[in-house]
Design a protein around this ligand. Structure first.
Ligand code: SF4
Length: 699
C-alpha cells in the first residue's frame, strides 16, 4: 500500500501524518485513504487529534470548485487568467499599484505565499498584501520584534514537556492545539510535580484540567504580568545574568511599580491569594514556560500584552534554556511560513522591514526596480480601503474574510462594491466566493506539493498523494500565470515548487551579514530529490546551524546593534469597547475542538459535527435568568455593528456578564449565525490585530 508522509492542514501544531491508500480523485468518488500520526515527526511523535484523523472524510468532491469561472460562468483557464491579468493591469494603469490588494491565508503553502508576496511587493510595487494571519499572531510578531529585534519564537515543543511550570494564558490548548495538549498531559502524568496554570476568564476544558485556574477579568492580562514583573523585582528574583543581557530595565520597573499584588488582584478580579499563588509558583527557581494564543493576541493592546509576558521571562531569566521561554502558538498550519516570506503588509520579505537598504537589496535579488517602498494596509484597514474606493481590485487566496474578519457587514459592503474581486479557493461555496468576479479553482491538501512552518519554527513538507480534481491548479501556478501575463515572465518562470523554495531560501541568506536570524540559505542548495525528501527542520538552517536550531538566543545575543534584548515598559490599558446598559455582556469568541475556521472542510464531516452541531452561546445561569433565556432556546445576540442567532447553553463555566461564542459558523451552515457580524473593528495600533475577544453585546 502506498504511504505518503505529509503535514496536517489544520492547526499550528503542524503534526506529521502518514497517509496510506490514496487513489485518484475521480468525479463522484472519494479517495480511500487512511490517516495516522507519523511517529517520526518531532511535532507529534505519532499522536493525532480528532480533526486530523477525520481528514479522510474531507477528500471528496462535495463543494469543490472544479473549473475557473468569470461572473459565475464556467470558462477556460486561458480566459480566466487573461481576464484577471488584464483587469489588474488596467486598474494599475488607471489608479496606480496601490489600487490593488491581495488577501492571503495561513492555509497557503510557503511557496504559494512567496509567489504572492513577490508579485505584489516586487512587481506590482505595492505593500498591499496582508493575510488572515493578521487575526492570528501579528501581536506576537510585533512583540518579539520589540523585545528581540526579530520575529523569532525562542523555544520549542520539547521545552513544554521539560518545564516545571507551564502557564497557559488566552489559550484553550486542549481544544485548539489538541496534540500539544496531549504532550503536556503526558508529561504531567510522568512528572506529578509539574504545574499547569491556566489564565482565562472562562472555565474552558483546559482550565478545568489545570492545577490553578485564574479566571481574570477580560482584558486584564497585561496587569497580571506587569504585576509579576514588579513582584520579581521587589522580591529580589531578577536574574543577574539576564539583567546584563537586557536594556530598558529602569523604565520597565517604573511602569510596573504601581502594580502591587493588591492592585493586580483588584484590577484582574482575583483574590490576593490567587495572585500570590501564581507569582510564587512562577518565582520558584524552576523552569517556566508561558504559552499564549488568541486570548492575548486578539486585543486592541495585544502587542503590549505579549511584551508584558516576555518582560517577565527576560527579568526572571526563564528563557533560552531547556524548559523555559515565552511561546506564542500560531493558530494556522502555515502562519509562520507567511511571516517568513513577508506575507504581512508591514514586512517586505524574509523578515526584512521596509528599510531603504532592504528595499534595494530585495529589488536587486528579484531583478525588479518596482519594489514597494512602504508598508501596505493591514487586514481590517485593507477592507476599509476597499469600501472607500481606494482599492479597486482584491485577490483573496484560500480564506473567507466575509465570515472571519470583524464587522463582516462592512466586509460584505466592500466586496459588493469592489470593481474586481478575484478568489482562489478549493470551493465556490464560501460567503466570500459569492462576491467573486473571477474564481480560480485551487488544489487542496493532499493534491499539491510544498512546505509549511509550525509554531516552533519547524519546516515540514506537505506532499501530494491524490490526483487534483477537475481543473484545479496549485496557488503558486495561478499567481505565476497572472504575473507572466502582466509582463513578468522571467521572474515567475517556475515549473515546480522546489524552484520557488530554493529561491525563497536563497533570499533569506542574500547579503545577510548575520543581522537576520531567519536564514535558511543552506536549504537553497537542495536538489529536487532532496527537497522532496526533506525532513522536518527548525530554522535557522545556515552555516552556523546546518542541522537547524531548536532553541534560540542561548548565547544571549539579540538582533539589536548592542546585542541586548529590550524590556518594554507596559502600562496596562482596558479593552477599547465598554459595556453599557444597552450592551451589558462581553462576548468572547474562540475555537471549538472539532471544527476548523469557517468549517469549509470540517463542516462536511458528520462525525465532527456530532461534537457541537449548531451555533451556540455559553451564558451564565444568572445572566440567562435575567434575560429570560432557557437552555437551548434561540438567542439573538446584538452588538453595535450587527446581530446573530444561536442556541443558549447555560453553564457556570461562563462568568457572570460574559458570553462565549464559537467563531466557526456562518450563514452557509445556519441562518444569521456569524459572530464576525458583531465584532467591532477595534485593533491594536502597533500590530493591527483586531480585538475579537471583547465585544459588548446584549442577549
Ligand atoms: Fe492537525 Fe492540529 Fe490535530 Fe495535529 S493537533 S492533527 S496539526 S489539527
Amino acid at each position: 500500500m502506498n504511504e505518503t508522509r505529509t503535514t496536517c492542514p489544520y492547526c499550528g501544531t503542524g503534526c506529521g501524518l502518514r497517509v496510506s491508500g490514496a487513489s485518484a480523485n475521480v468525479a463522484g468518488q472519494i479517495p480511500a485513504i487512511k490517516v495516522q500520526g507519523d511517529n517520526s515527526h518531532p511535532a507529534n511523535l505519532g499522536r493525532i487529534c480528532v480533526k486530523g484523523s477525520a481528514l479522510d472524510k474531507t477528500m471528496g468532491l462535495q463543494g469543490r470548485l472544479l473549473a475557473p469561472h468569470i461572473k459565475h460562468q464556467r470558462v477556460s483557464w486561458e480566459q480566466a487568467l487573461d481576464h484577471a491579468a488584464q483587469r489588474l493591469a488596467d486598474i494599475i494603469q488607471q489608479y496606480g499599484p496601490d489600487a490593488i490588494a491581495f488577501y492571503a491565508s495561513g492555509q497557503l503553502l510557503t511557496e504559494d505565499y512567496y509567489a504572492a508576496n513577490k508579485l505584489m511587493k516586487g512587481f506590482i510595487g505595492s505593500g498591499n498584501i496582508d493575510t488572515n494571519s493578521r487575526l492570528c499572531m501579528s501581536s506576537a510578531v510585533a512583540a518579539y520584534k520589540r523585545a528581540f529585534g526579530e520575529d523569532a519564537v525562542p523555544c520549542n515543543y520539547e521545552d513544554i514537556e521539560l518545564a516545571d511550570v507551564v502557564v497557559l494564558v488566552g489559550s484553550n490548548l486542549a481544544w485548539a492545539h489538541p496534540v500539544l495538549w496531549q504532550r503536556l498531559a503526558a508529561a504531567r502524568a510522568a512528572r506529578p510535580d509539574m504545574q499547569i496554570i491556566a489564565i482565562d476568564p472562562r472555565r474552558s476544558t483546559t482550565c478545568a484540567e489545570a492545577d490553578l485556574h485564574l479566571a481574570i477579568t477580560p482584558g486584564s492580562d497585561s496587569a497580571l504580568f506587569t504585576g509579576l514583573v514588579n513582584w520579581l523585582i521587589t522580591e529580589g528574583k531578577e536574574d543577574a545574568l539576564w539583567r546584563s543581557r537586557t536594556v530598558g530595565r529602569t523604565e520597565t520597573a517604573q511602569a510596573a511599580a504601581p502594580w502591587t499584588a493588591d492592585k493586580v488582584a483588584e484590577y484582574c478580579g482575583l483574590s490576593r491569594n490567587q495572585v500570590e499563588a501564581f507569582y510564587q509558583l512562577y518565582c520558584k527557581p524552576r523552569r517556566v514556560m508561558t504559552l499564549w494564543c488568541m486570548g492575548i493576541n486578539q486585543s486592541a493592546t495585544g502587542t503590549d500584552k505579549c511584551n508584558a509576558i516576555i518582560n517577565a521571562h527576560l527579568v526572571s531569566g526563564q528563557i533560552a534554556s531547556p524548559g523555559c521561554g515565552p511561546f506564542s502558538l500560531t493558530g494556522q498550519p502555515n502562519a509562520m511560513g507567511g511571516r517568513e516570506v513577508g506575507g504581512l503588509a508591514n514586512q517586505l520579505a524574509a523578515h526584512m522591514d521596509f528599510t531603504p537598504e532592504a528595499i534595494e537589496r530585495v529589488g536587486r535579488f528579484w531583478g525588479s526596480n518596482r519594489t514597494a517602498h512602504k508598508p501596505g494596509y493591514k487586514a481590517v484597514e485593507l477592507f476599509q480601503a476597499v469600501e472607500r474606493g481606494d482599492i479597486k481590485a482584491i485577490w483573496i487566496m484560500g480564506t473567507n474574510p466575509a465570515v472571519s474578519l470583524p464587522d463582516t457587514n462592512q466586509v460584505a459592503r466592500a466586496l459588493a462594491m469592489c470593481e474586481c474581486v478575484i478568489v482562489s479557493d478549493i470551493t465556490a461555496h464560501t460567503t466570500t466566493a459569492a462576491f467573486a468576479d473571477v474564481l480560480f479553482p485551487a488544489q487542496g491538501w493532499g493534491e499539491k506539493e510544498g512546505t509549511v512552518t509550525n509554531s516552533e519554527r519547524r519546516i515540514s513538507r506537505q506532499r501530494r498523494f491524490a490526483e487534483p480534481p477537475g481543473e484545479a491548479r496549485p496557488d503558486w501556478w495561478i499567481i505565476a500565470q497572472i504575473a507572466r501575463r502582466m509582463g513578468y515572465e522571467k521572474a515567475f518562470d517556475w515549473s515546480h515548487p522546489h524552484e520557488i523554495f530554493s529561491e525563497h531560501a536563497a533570499l533569506t541568506g542574500f547579503e545577510n551579514q548575520g543581522e537576520r536570524l531567519f536564514d535558511i540559505s543552506r536549504l537553497s542548495r537542495l536538489t529536487r530529490t532532496e527537497w522532496e525528501q526533506l525532513q522536518p527542520i527548525q530554522w535557522p538552517v545556515n552555516s552556523h546551524y546546518p542541522a537547524g536550531c531548536p532553541r534560540l538566543f542561548q548565547d544571549g545575543v539579540f538582533a539589536f546593534p548592542d546585542g541586548k534584548a529590550r524590556l518594554v515598559p507596559v502600562h496596562p490599558q482596558p479593552p477599547r469597547g465598554t459595556t453599557s446598559k444597552y450592551y451589558p455582556l462581553v462576548m468572547n469568541t474562540g475555537r471549538i475542538r472539532d471544527q476548523w475556521h469557517t468549517m469549509t472542510r470540517t463542516g462536511m464531516v458528520e462525525g465532527l459535527l456530532q461534537h457541537r452541531n449548531k451555533p451556540y452561546c455559553e451564558i451564565n445561569p444568572a445572566d440567562a435568568s435575567q434575560a429570560g433565556i432557557t437552555e437551548n432556546r434561540l438567542v439573538r445576540l446584538q452588538s453595535a455593528t450587527g446581530w446573530m442567532l444561536c442556541r443558549a447553553v447555560i453553564t457556570d463555566a461562563q462568568p457572570v456578564g460574559q458570553v462565549f461564542v464559537p467563531m466557526h459558523w456562518s450563514s452557509q451552515f445556519a441562518l444569521q449565525s456569524q459572530p464576525g457580524a458583531l465584532i467591532t473593528a477595534h485593533r491594536c495600533e502597533i500590530s493591527g490585530q483586531p480585538e475579537s475577544k471583547f465585544t459588548p453585546v446584549r442577549a
